[in-house]
Structure formats: structure tokens, C-alpha cells
Design a protein around this ligand. Structure first.
Ligand SMILES: Cc1cc2nc3c(=O)[nH]c(=O)nc-3n(C[C@H](O)[C@H](O)[C@H](O)COP(=O)(O)OP(=O)(O)OC[C@H]3O[C@@H](n4cnc5c(N)ncnc54)[C@H](O)[C@@H]3O)c2cc1C
Length: 401
């Protein structure tokens, strides 16, 4: 992006969260000359994470408009096919790369890094802090922080994920907005003891699944993804030990490579663990506060959440620019344009748990049969159109370039 407009230079915006949605909005707003501060609870930009993918012409148009399409390609994973295997490792079905990894796939942390690098000279990033209170006044919003001094902003954007702090402070407890989808997911690094090279293996038993992926050809390291069907569990989200115990118990007698994976689980200090869930709010904006990305319309996985967050950031910034910074007009337009699109993507994410961990042996077999069919060359185009349908179901307005 070479040009900077000054149509939003009077606007002082605070964004909570520096993962995908936050830096994407910062990048789009900085282009219009807004003054942007991003506050992130983590002590530094979080690297690594899962591989996330983009698919279809809308993602491409937005990322091109943001000036990062080429760099995403330069830093993509080049992930190959993944295979469903039997307990003895025999491949049953190959899931082609296009099916699992879209048009282009990149580590979430790499994507965040690209957007951070493009904005760090124009955007103020504050790490290791968090909003504690928001008080709206007629001409702004007073914000207090855990560590920093209180400050005043014109607008506050909650881009702080599925368990958004901003949403809790302004819209109320997350139990009102989070819908649980009967499964949990965990991710952590494992040694690449199978010698995978840009490929993955997926093994399911009724109600649970272990995946080992090697996205980047690293000969030593791979990533494990564990999915299991469950009633709602009560645990402390900050207590990694408790989460490890839950996983060890649920996967204790599972076959294939599971004992190796559980050993790595025991040793890791980099565990992701969460419910498979979606966020459904009645409205995305309240006064001068608006929700973006997973905070407003997230789905843990399988709902193209990264693409939705980036498109959301592009639309929100574009609407603010068109409205000359009038947040009432811009938030109303943003909400009406993004809600249907986000809901369409959430709809397909509801299948993520049962896809990985069908509840019975019979359902595992029928999943495999269906994917064998869909991955055949004859139906590959149909499958591509099917997955792209939700990702492209939005009419982008002509925002100032
Ligand atoms: C296993 C798995 C696989 C996935 N695969 C894909 C995929 O293939 N394709 C895809 O498109 N998407 C995928 N996703 C979803 C994708 O990761 C999210 O949709 C995307 O990261 C949403 O971005 P976000 O910025 O809205 O939220 P998040 O990425 O959750 O970021 C929220 C940020 O806010 C910060 N934060 C939290 N609390 C506070 C606070 N109090 N103050 C300040 N900051 C705070 C967090 O530290 C974090 O940096 C996957 C997710 C999972 C779990």
C-alpha cells in the first residue's frame, strides 16, 4: 500500500488484540490516516500457531487491496495432501491440499507478523497490557488498563478473540454469546518422528481423532491436533496442567501413534486447548465500541475465521472512511454487510468436530467414503466451489483505495 489518505486523521482508535483481526484493522485504518493503538495481552506478538488458509476471489481482493497478497504467497506453507489412516498407518483416503489448505495457506503467526511489520512505524503497539474498564462520554471513550495510564479514544474495537475481554466488558458475560459444539480441540508441537514432509496423517476412533501435520518441511518438528467429542467440561482456562490431564485421560487407550503424541503432550509448554464453539451476538456495536473477527462472529475452527476477520477489518475500515469517521453510520453499515457473510462461514464450521471425530465406527467409514468421492478428479471442482461459496458470499463496496 503506497498511498495514505487523511480522511480519518481526526480519529483516534484503540484496538484490543494483535493476532489477525487487530493488525488487519490497524493496517486498513492506518491507510486512511487514523491514529491507531493496538493493545495486546501477550508480552510480544505471538508466533507460530495453526496454519490458516484463504480461498476464493473475495479473500484475494481484500488481501490485494491491503497490499499483502504477494507476501502471503512468498511465506505460504506449501502443505501437501493429508491422509486418513488405519490404526496400523495404512492410508485409507487422501484429502487433497486444495480441500484442506485452500488457495494459499500460512501460519497464523506469520500472517500477524506481515501485518505488524507493515504497520509498526505508523501504529502504536502496546504489549503485555489489557483493558480493565471502558466509560463512554459524549465526545469519546475513557479507557483504563491493567498496567498503562488511563487514556481517551474516539473508538474502541474488540479484536481479542473468541473469549473477548472487550465483549465481556461492554456486552456482558460470554455465556450469553458462546455456543458449544460438543467437541474440544487441542494443538501442540510434536517431534517429526514419522518423517513427514509437508503432509499430514489423520486417525479417527469413534468420538476422537489424532492428526499429525508437517506444514513446512521441518525434519524435526510437526504439529499434533487432537479433537474429541465431549459434554461441556469445567476447567480453568489458564491451568495447562488440568488441560493436559483431561487430554491424557480422553486419549489414554487410543491406537496408532497416540502414545508418542501423549508423551509430547506431557513435555510441551506450548499447548492450545479450547472448546469447539461459535460466537453469536445480537449486535456488533454498542456506542463507540465494535467487535471484529472471532470476538464478534468467531468459530473455533473450520469456519475460515481468518478470512472472515480480514474481510471484516477491510469492511469496517472502508465504511469508516466512506462515512468520514462517523461511527454510527459506519458501524451500522459494517454490521449489515458482515453479519450474513460471517454467519454463512460459521454454518460450515459446525461440521468440524464430527468431521474429525465421527461418533461411531459406521460414521467414520461413511465420512471416508464421502471424502474418497469428493476428492476424485471428477468431483474436485464441485468440492472447490462448495467450500468457496461461503468464502465469497459478500459484495464488497468500492472503498477509497
Ligand atoms: C485448531 C485451529 C485451526 C484453525 N484453522 C483455521 C484455518 O485453517 N483457516 C482459518 O481461516 N482459520 C482457522 N482457525 C481460526 C483462526 O485461527 C481464527 O479465526 C483467527 O485467528 C481469528 O483471529 P482474531 O484476531 O479474531 O482472534 P484470535 O486469533 O483469537 O486473536 C485474539 C488476540 O487477542 C488477544 N487477547 C486476548 N485477550 C486479550 C485482552 N484481554 N487484551 C488484549 N488482547 C487480548 C490474544 O492474545 C490474541 O492475540 C483455526 C483455529 C484453530 C483453533
Amino acid at each position: 500500500m503506497t498511498h495514505t489518505h487523511h480522511r480519518l486523521s481526526h480519529l483516534n482508535v484503540l484496538v484490543s488484540g494483535a493476532s489477525v483481526a487487530g493488525p488487519a484493522l490497524a493496517l486498513n485504518l492506518a491507510r486512511y490516516g487514523a491514529r491507531v493503538t493496538v493493545v495486546e495481552r501477550a508480552p510480544a506478538l505471538r508466533g507460530g500457531g495453526f496454519a490458516v488458509d484463504f480461498r476464493g476471489h473475495v479473500h484475494r481482493e481484500v488481501l490485494t487491496g491491503m497490499g499483502i497478497w504477494d507476501e502471503i504467497h512468498a511465506r505460504q506453507t506449501h502443505m501437501g495432501a493429508q491422509s486418513v489412516v488405519d490404526a496400523d498407518g495404512t492410508p485409507r483416503v487422501a484429502l487433497p491440499a486444495q480441500m484442506m489448505s485452500g488457495d494459499v495457506e500460512i501460519f497464523r503467526g506469520e500472517l500477524a507478523q506481515i501485518m505488524y511489520e507493515r504497520t509498526e512505524d505508523r501504529v502504536e503497539y502496546v504489549f503485555g497490557d489489557s483493558i480493565t474498564a471502558l466509560t463512554e462520554t459524549p465526545d469519546g471513550i475513557e479507557v483504563t488498563f491493567e498496567r498503562g495510564a488511563p487514556r481517551r479514544f474516539d473508538l474502541v474495537v474488540g479484536a481479542d478473540g473468541l473469549h473477548s475481554n472487550t465483549r465481556r466488558l461492554v456486552f456482558g458475560d460470554e455465556s450469553r454469546y458462546l455456543r458449544f459444539f460438543d467437541h474440544y480441540v487441542a494443538g501442540f508441537p510434536v517431534p517429526n518422528h514419522l518423517g513427514l514432509d509437508r503432509g499430514g496423517l489423520l486417525y479417527s476412533e469413534p468420538g476422537r481423532c489424532v492428526v499429525i501435520n508437517n506444514y513446512d518441511g521441518d525434519p524435526d518438528r510437526a504439529g499434533a491436533l487432537l479433537v474429541f467429542r465431549s459434554e461441556r467440561l469445567t476447567y480453568d482456562r489458564r491451568d495447562t496442567g488440568a488441560q493436559k490431564r483431561i487430554l491424557a485421560e480422553r486419549f489414554a487407550d487410543m491406537g496408532w501413534q497416540t502414545p508418542h503424541v501423549l508423551k509430547a503432550l506431557d513435555e510441551t509448554d506450548d499447548l492450545y486447548f479450547d472448546a469447539i464453539a461459535q460466537i453469536h451476538v445480537d449486535r456488533l456495536a454498542k456506542g463507540r465500541v465494535v467487535l471484529l473477527g472471532d470476538a464478534g462472529y468467531g468459530a473455533t475452527m473450520g469456519g475460515m475465521g481468518t478470512g472472515v476477520a480480514v474481510v471484516g477489518a477491510y469492511v469496517l475500515a472502508g465504511e469508516l472512511a466512506l462515512a468520514g469517521g462517523d461511527h454510527r453510520t459506519a458501524f451500522t453499515e459494517y454490521e449489515s454487510r458482515i453479519t450474513g457473510f460471517a454467519k454463512g462461514c460459521q454454518k460450515i464450521s459446525g461440521n468440524a468436530g464430527p468431521f474429525f471425530a465421527p461418533p461411531t465406527e459406521r460414521r467414520i467409514r461413511s465420512r471416508d467414503r464421502m471424502y474418497r468421492l469428493l476428492s476424485s478428479r471428477l468431483l474436485a471442482g464441485f468440492f472447490k466451489r462448495l467450500t468457496e461459496k461461503a468464502a465469497t458470499d459478500i459484495e464488497l463496496r468500492d472503498y477509497p483505495a
